[in-house]
Design a protein around this ligand. Structure first.
Ligand code: ZN
Length: 160
């Protein structure tokens, strides 16, 4: 019989190399992912799949196995007239844009000149080595329905 992919729930605290906390699951509850569908970064998924219920660990993930290195091609300059409401745009603002609804990136404004808005479409964590404190809260096999849908059902997943 073929081994079923796992569904893993875990708590995490994410830090950068300077030790600053960037994100944590403590507010919204454990994060749940299905093995092999690319739901979480590969460098973290491979480590979590080796762990058992209740296990805690600190997982270091290099940028290349996390959100990748920064891509210079994702630095864009857009003429102000192309952006509705551009007079109000300032550094630090974020936009969601992309070729289709399923393939969007968050663009962060890095600079506004008289004529152009400079934006960075890299993931905010691109180029950063990350460190996760994790605690596994549940490990189970994926159900046939979940496998057919390609996503997790129930707590921490889709509801349909
Ligand atoms: Zn479904």
């Amino acid at each position: 019989m073929q081994k079923k992919p796992k569904v893993v729930s875990f708590h995490y605290t994410l830090r950068n190399t300077a030790g600053e906390v960037l994100d944590s699951s403590m507010q919204q509850g454990p994060l749940t992912f299905m093995e092999g569908v690319g739901q979480i970064i590969p460098g973290l998924e491979s480590k979590l799949l080796l762990m058992i219920d209740g296990q805690k660990a600190t997982v270091k993930v290099a940028a290349i196995d996390a959100y990748g290195e920064k891509d210079p091609g994702m630095l864009v300059q857009v003429p102000k007239e192309k952006i509705p409401g551009s007079e109000k745009v300032k550094a630090g603002d974020q936009f969601r844009a992309g070729p289709s609804e399923d393939h969007t990136s968050i663009f962060t404004v890095i600079k506004v000149t008289d004529t152009e808005i400079h934006m960075d479409g890299n993931h905010p964590l691109a180029g950063q080595d990350l460190e996760f404190d994790v605690e596994i809260t549940k490990v189970r096999d994926a159900s046939d329905e979940e496998l057919a849908h390609g996503h997790v059902h129930g707590p921490g997943g889709h509801h349909h």
